[in-house]
Design a protein around this ligand. Structure first.
Ligand code: ATP
Ligand code: MG
Length: 568
C-alpha cells in the first residue's frame, strides 16, 4: 500500500500518561488512538498487526482441531446467575438493563455462554472431546486500566473451552493447548516462559501462564537459570533446603527468658543460632464467605519468608489480611513471642513443609519475654503445606540450577476447570453406560490485543517499534528518498509492483517529504526491512536497512528483488 493513501498519523507527541515504550510508540506511530480510559481505536496499521496476530493464533488452533465460533458479546445475566458469578464477579463485570428491564452483562470471559451452547447441542460421549474458541472483544471494568493495550477495559481475547468425557481426556486437551500456545508464541517471535500458576484449590499444575519476558511486565516470575522451569511467584517451588549451619546443642526442652528479643535477627544473635533453627510464626486474619473471619498461624523456618497466596490457599480462605495487636491479644497470642509450642486452645496453625520432622528448634513460648528451646516436630501430627516464598539463589526443583526472579507479561493462560461450570449449569452428556455426567472442562485464553504491547515491550529501541516478522504490518518498507526525481520514483514504483506480484506485503513511502523525515517514520513504525532508493541509484545501487539494529547495506539495484525475497 501507499503511504499517501494510508491513514498513518505519526506524531512526536507521546500521550501524557504513557510510561511504557509500547504505549508511547503504538500511539506515536499511529497504530492506536485512545478514546477514554482503557478504550482504544485501532487505526489501519494497528488493525493489520492485530489481524496478523489473530491469524497466527487461528492457524495453530485450527491445526490442533479447535473450532472457531462467535458468541454474542451481550450476555443475558441469567446465565451468570446460574453459575453464581453474577454476584461474585465484582465491579469488573459491567451489568446493565435493556428497555424491558432485563439484566445483561458485557462478557469479561465466556465460560457460561460456551457451557450453555454445548449443553444444548452436545448430548453424547461420542461427540467428545470438543474444543471451541472465539477471538472476541471482552470488557472488564478494570480498576486501573493502564499501559495502553496492556491493560485495557475493552480488549481482544482468544478464549477457548474444551469439553471432555473424563479427567484424563481433559488433561490431554490441556497438554495439546500447551503445545499449541507454544507454537503460537514462537511463531510470533517472542521470548516467553511457561510458568506454573497459582491454581487455588485445584493445586498441582492445573494452571499455566505464558509469560513474555520483559522488564516492564506486571508479574514477577521465578525461572531457573539452566532448565526451562518457571513459575508464578505464588506457585514457585524450590529444591529441598539443606543447611550447612551448625545444629544447636540442646540437651533439654525448656522455657528461656529472652527479654525484649522479638525478631528473628535478634533471636539469632541472642542464642548464636542460625535462623534455620528458629521458628518464625506469622499470624494473619483469614477472611471467608459471609463475613466470617478467624486468626490463623503459619509456622516456618526463620530463614524463610511466607508467601501469602500459598498461605491463603492452605487455609482455604478468600483473603488474608493483617491481624491487629488487639486481635492477637484477645486470642491469647503475644506479638513477638508467638510460637507453635503451648498455643492457646483452639488455635489454627499450619506448618511449612520445611519444618517437617524438624528438631532442635527455638520458638516463641506464647508468653511475654520467653522463648521455648528444644522444640521438636518429629512424629508430631500436624497440618503441613508449602508456605514459603522462593528467594533468588534457591535451588531449582527440577534440576541443579539456581532460581532467579524476572518480570513477565501474561499473554496466555490455560486452566483445568473440571466441572466447576458444567455442574452448576447442568451441562451433561450420556456416557457409554447411558449415565448422565457433567462435562470435564478446560479453559484457555490469549490476550490478542495485549500481544501487540508485549511484542513491542520485547522488541523496540529508543527510536520506535521493531516488529517481528509474523506480526509486522508490512514485510517491506520502500522509501523513495526524493519523489520529485523521476528516476527514483520509477524505481520505487517498479520494486513495489514486483514485490507485490510475488505476494509480499509492501508499504511504499511515496510522500513528498524530506528523506530524514521519512526515515524517522520508518524507525518509529518499525517494519523489519526497508529499501531506500536514493542518490546512489545513478550508480545502480540501492540500500537495504534492517530495522533491528538499523544495519545498512548497499545492494545492486538489479539484485534487490532477489535479495529482499531471500531475507524474508
Ligand atoms: P491479569 O492477571 O493480567 O489481569 P487475568 O489473569 O485476569 O489477567 P485471564 O482471565 O487469564 O486474565 O484472561 C486471559 C488473557 O487475557 C490474559 O492472559 C491476558 O493476556 C489477557 N487479558 C486479561 N485482562 C486483560 C486486559 N485488561 N487488557 C488486555 N488483555 C487482558
Ligand atoms: Mg490469567
Amino acid at each position: 500500500m501507499r503511504f499517501t493513501q494510508l491513514l498513518i498519523p505519526t506524531t512526536k507527541e507521546a500521550p501524557s500518561d504513557a510510561v511504557l515504550p509500547s504505549h508511547i510508540y503504538l500511539t506515536r506511530a499511529g497504530y492506536i488512538q485512545s478514546i477514554g480510559s482503557g478504550l482504544y481505536n485501532f487505526l489501519p496499521l494497528g488493525k493489520r498487526v492485530l489481524d496478523n496476530v489473530r491469524q497466527v493464533a487461528k492457524e495453530e488452533l485450527d491445526k490442533a482441531g479447535c473450532q472457531e465460533v462467535d458468541l454474542a458479546f451481550v450476555t443475558p445475566a441469567s446465565l451468570w446467575e446460574e453459575s453464581g458469578r453474577f454476584e461474585k464477579y465484582g465491579k469488573e463485570l459491567l451489568r446493565f438493563k435493556d428497555r424491558k428491564n432485563n439484566d445483561f452483562v458485557l462478557g469479561p470471559t465466556h465460560e457460561e455462554m460456551m457451557v450453555n451452547l454445548v449443553r444444548q447441542t452436545v448430548k453424547s460421549y461420542k461427540q467428545l472431546p470438543i474444543n471451541l474458541y472465539q477471538i472476541k472483544t471482552k470488557f472488564r471494568d478494570e480498576i486501573r486500566p493502564r499501559f495502553g493495550l496492556m491493560r485495557g477495559r475493552e480488549f481482544l481475547m482468544k478464549d477457548g473451552y474444551s469439553f471432555a468425557a473424563s479427567e484424563e481426556d481433559m488433561k490431554g486437551d490441556f497438554d495439546l493447548m500447551e503445545q499449541t500456545y507454544s507454537r503460537i508464541f514462537e511463531r510470533l517471535g517472542l521470548d516467553y516462559r511457561i510458568v506454573e500458576a497459582d491454581s487455588g484449590a485445584i493445586g498441582g499444575s492445573g494452571s499455566k501462564e505464558f509469560m513474555v519476558i520483559a522488564d516492564s511486565g506486571e508479574d514477577t516470575i521465578v525461572i531457573c537459570d539452566s532448565c526451562d522451569y518457571g513459575a508464578n511467584i505464588e506457585a514457585a517451588q524450590r529444591a529441598v533446603v539443606c543447611t550447612e549451619a551448625e545444629e544447636p546443642e540442646i540437651s533439654m526442652s525448656s522455657k528461656f527468658k529472652t527479654e525484649g528479643v522479638k525478631t528473628i535477627e535478634a533471636l539469632s544473635a541472642f542464642f548464636h543460632v542460625d535462623p534455620y533453627y528458629l521458628v518464625k510464626t506469622v499470624a494473619m486474619k483469614a477472611l471467608y464467605d459471609e463475613g466470617e473471619s478467624k486468626i490463623v498461624l503459619f509456622a516456618l523456618r526463620g530463614s524463610d519468608k511466607l508467601e501469602e497466596t500459598k498461605a491463603c490457599n492452605a487455609v482455604g480462605a478468600n483473603e488474608l489480611t493483617e491481624a491487629s495487636e488487639e486481635e492477637l491479644l484477645s486470642e491469647g497470642l503475644v506479638p513477638g513471642f508467638m510460637g507453635p509450642h503451648a498455643l492457646p486452645e483452639g488455635s489454627t496453625i499450619v506448618y511449612d513443609e520445611g519444618l517437617r520432622e524438624g528438631k532442635s528448634l527455638i520458638c516463641g513460648a506464647n508468653e511475654t519475654d520467653y522463648h521455648f528451646v528444644g522444640f521438636d516436630l518429629r512424629g508430631v501430627e500436624a497440618a503441613y503445606h508449602d508456605l514459603v516464598a522462593v528467594q533468588a539463589g534457591d535451588g531449582c526443583p527440577r534440576c541443579s540450577g539456581k532460581l532467579k526472579h524476572t518480570k513477565g507479561i501474561e499473554v496466555g493462560h490455560i486452566f483445568q476447570l473440571g466441572t466447576q461450570y458444567s455442574a452448576p449449569l447442568h451441562a451433561e452428556f450420556l456416557d457409554e453406560n447411558g449415565k448422565s455426567k457433567p462435562f470435564v472442562m478446560g479453559t484457555y485464553g490469549i490476550g490478542i490485543s495485549r500481544l501487540l504491547a508485549a511484542i513491542i515491550e520485547q522488541h523496540h529501541d529508543d527510536k520506535g517499534c521493531i516488529w517481528t516478522k509474523a506480526s509486522a504490518p508490512f514485510a517491506v518498507h520502500i522509501i523513495v528518498s526524493n519523489i520529485k526525481k523521476e528516476e527514483e520514483r520509477e524505481a520505487g514504483e517498479k520494486l513495489y509492483e514486483t514485490l507485490q506480484s510475488k505476494g509480499v506485503q509492501v508499504l511504499l513511502d511515496d510522500r513528498k517529504e524530506r528523506f530524514g523525515f521519512k526515515m524517522k517514520d520508518f524507525e518509529l513504525i518499525g517494519i523489519p526491512l526497508a529499501v531506500v532508493i536514493g542518490r546512489n541509484l545513478t550508480e545502480g545501487k540501492v540500500e537495504i536497512v534492517t530495522r533491528d539494529g538499523l544495519v545498512k547495506e548497499e545492494i545492486e539495484a538489479a539484485e534487490i528483488v532477489n535479495e529482499v525475497l531471500r531475507r524474508l
